[in-house]
Design a protein around this ligand. Sequence first.
Ligand code: TXA
Ligand code: MG
Length: 355
Amino acid sequence: MKTKFIELSDRSNMSKKYKRIIQKAGKLIKCGGLVAFPTETVYGLGGDAFNPESSAKIYKAKGRPSDNPLIIHIAEEESLKKIVKEIPNTAQILMQRFWPGPLTMIFNKQECIPTETTGGLDTVAVRMPRHPIALDFIRASGGFVAAPSANQSGKPSPTIAKYVWEDMNGKIDMILSSDTVDIGVESTIVDMTTKIPVILRPGFITKEMLQEALNQEHIDQVILGEETTDAPKAPGMKYKHYAPKGELIIIEGNEQAVIKRINQLVNAAKLAGEKTGVISTEGMQHAYCADVVKNLGEKENPMENAYNLYRVLRELDDEEVTKIYSESFCTKGMGQAVMNRLLKAAGNHIEYVSK
Ligand code: TXA
Ligand code: MG
């Protein structure tokens, strides 16, 4: 299959060309095709949510197990009623507050959504993204676009269209490219089918933001690094995720001890013939003797860390690094999402150093 790569670096004030491209992309979806598109979190790989064959194609293109359900992307609040059984009050509040935006909510689904789209589940994940291209594209596609992140299953999600091309060229009909996405990690997922909403995947919308909106004391949440063993509620969390090709280990502890340990590991790996990489915080890059050192930004700036994370993991792959050692990052607010993804990328391999 020939994949069209189309640059839409701005909406050109709804120029004729822009409209034509969006209409074409929408038509492809309506005809059962697949189109990758930008959102404010990461790129998505879209297909018609009502068409079981489109979902099957998505699983095939990604190499994703078909029991890992897809998120349905909508562009209007009214659309939600058509696909879910009931909308709890709490969900109404969260919708008003955070949609359009990086929040995915899980509801009991209506029959019209094929189980192929929901990985066999009776529930459905729904999100209204805020990226203008995503919204225009969803509307042109008929309003219900099933879309996982547009990466090959297991790899870091694409935050730049170039990486969508690398993973999906020849497998899908079209890629809509935009400037880089602005958040950089996937949406927060909250299960609204339980009495108390449960965070299944941390993201830009934090537990504190949800609590504040709902004025509630307790929102359970998945504990960082533990989702892989127990039966996870978000099925996707049980698979290896977000991982670079090289082996990744996180080293946590006081600054000097971390530098010393990472350099020890780097030297040992070099002697064994490995190409080494380090993921550091701003200002620490020069402390390391690895072949490649990447900087995720200021330690106390989780937004910046999130924005850089997947690009850095991909760049380490591009440079064919085989052993990667990473500092750990701030877990306040959105930092939870950053450390959640980094731990998964490392297969939960973390070493604590004290001296
Ligand atoms: O930011 C995002 O959410 C991006 C963009 C493209 O919107 N999408 C994304 O989709 O990250 P994906 O497929 O890579 O991750 C969806 C996650 C998976 O872990 C999946 O198991 C979970 O959502 N999920 C989907 N439907 C679910 C359901 N009904 N119940 C529980 N978990 C569900
Ligand atoms: Mg994904």
